[in-house]
Design a protein around this ligand. Structure first.
Ligand SMILES: *Cc1c(COP(=O)(O)O)cnc(C)c1O
Length: 353
């Protein structure tokens, strides 16, 4: 059969997102969603915004949301870029700020967010994976080589391990000719954001999402923070691609989420304390657990194969993530759930083991 696809599409290998099973009574600990749910005021804001105004296009620059985010980080609105989930923001970042063939490859850790190589393929960006140390930490010395940009999640995914701000400053100082992107999808679960360094380093871009700590994965809102020059570059791409990435309801939800600081604090504190509890329970069951500052842990049982454990848990209705990838194929990535979900995980693991 002849294909209508372009040669480019024929060769694409898309990202495969964690599954979203449509079965109820399943314990879903596989895609790092926040189990505690969005603020009630977010639901009210969405309901209040759902009216005849939906016939109008939204403001193309989402000014209200940018101002809200800017205030939250002590920045100005022109230092903020917003998009349809941080995956879309990252796509524009790869295309607009990390695509510098002549300067050298884009650098990122060998174990990190598996969307990065997919974006590289999409935009034909040359990249080089920099191995994590034996203990899975990032060694910034290894990034001192010619490059067209640097990107890494902080805390890293799927390890959950945090890189300190002083190390990030070292990277920024040593790479003033390229953009250093810190993907802070999980920073609110125990790390310190690099956003405070933005006025000091023109080459720093911080990317965050409302999907995890603000429990709005279904709303699709992400943002980037950086110098006006970097943000203007992203705006040029966005306005050549989709002028209205955020609808009225997304903006209303996101603004309300930033306004409810108490809910945000409460939710992230619960995740943090459950993470510490799950970690120590796993350790008593003979798991090695990497030190996580995220809403998940990466853990390896000292005897049992990770793949078998994932299958046995699945038979009990508990889904965790197993990556068949070098270095981490004996690990399971387990999202921190509610107290009840975590107890189910622990009880079932005890039975299996
Ligand atoms: C979840 C995640 C994202 C994407 O978040 P969305 O805003 O939901 O698109 C980006 N980077 C990392 C490292 C993530 O884990």
């Amino acid at each position: 059969m002849s294909s209508y696809w372009s040669d480019f599409v024929k060769d694409l290998e898309p990202y495969s997102p964690g599954e979203q099973p449509q079965i109820s009574n399943i314990t879903k600990l596989n895609t790092n969603e926040n189990p505690y749910g969005p603020s009630p005021s977010v639901i009210k804001a969405i309901t209040a915004a759902a009216d005849d105004r939906l016939r109008l296009y939204p403001p193309p620059e989402s000014e209200d949301l940018k101002q809200k985010i800017a205030d939250n980080f002590n920045l100005i609105a022109s230092q903020v870029f917003v998009g349809n989930g941080s995956d879309e923001v990252l796509a524009h970042v790869f295309n607009g700020l990390l695509n510098h063939g002549q300067k050298g490859p884009l650098l990122f850790p060998d174990i990190s967010y598996s969307f990065y190589p997919v974006f590289c393929q999409l935009y034909a960006i040359d990249y080089k994976k920099i191995p994590l140390e034996k203990d899975f930490s990032i060694n910034v010395e290894n990034y001192q080589q010619p490059n067209g940009g640097i990107i890494f999640p902080n805390p890293n995914a799927p390890t959950g391990m945090l890189l300190g701000l002083e190390r990030i400053e070292q990277l920024l100082e040593k790479n003033t000719d390229s953009v250093v992107v810190v993907d802070e999808a999980y920073i609110d679960f125990g790390g310190q954001t690099a956003a405070a360094l933005i006025n000091q380093y023109e080459n720093l871009l911080v990317v965050q999402t409302m999907s995890k700590s603000r429990s709005l994965a279904g709303m699709r809102v992400g943002y980037a923070l950086g110098s006006q020059h970097l943000i203007e570059g992203l705006n040029r791409i966005k306005n050549s691609f989709n002028s209205y990435p955020l609808g009225h309801l997304q903006v209303a939800a996101a603004v309300a989420a930033f306004d409810d600081k108490a809910h945000f604090e409460d939710s992230r504190q619960k995740v943090i304390s459950e993470r510490e509890r799950v970690t120590s329970q796993l350790e008593t069951m003979n798991f090695d657990v990497l030190p996580s500052t995220a809403n998940f842990v990466l853990a390896r049982h000292r005897q049992k194969s990770a793949e078998d454990l994932a299958l046995l848990l699945r038979e009990q209705g508990i889904i965790v993530r197993h990556f068949s990838k070098p270095r981490i194929d004996q690990y399971l990535r387990v999202t921190i759930g509610t107290e009840h979900q975590n107890n189910l995980l622990i009880d079932n693991l005890q039975k299996i083991l």
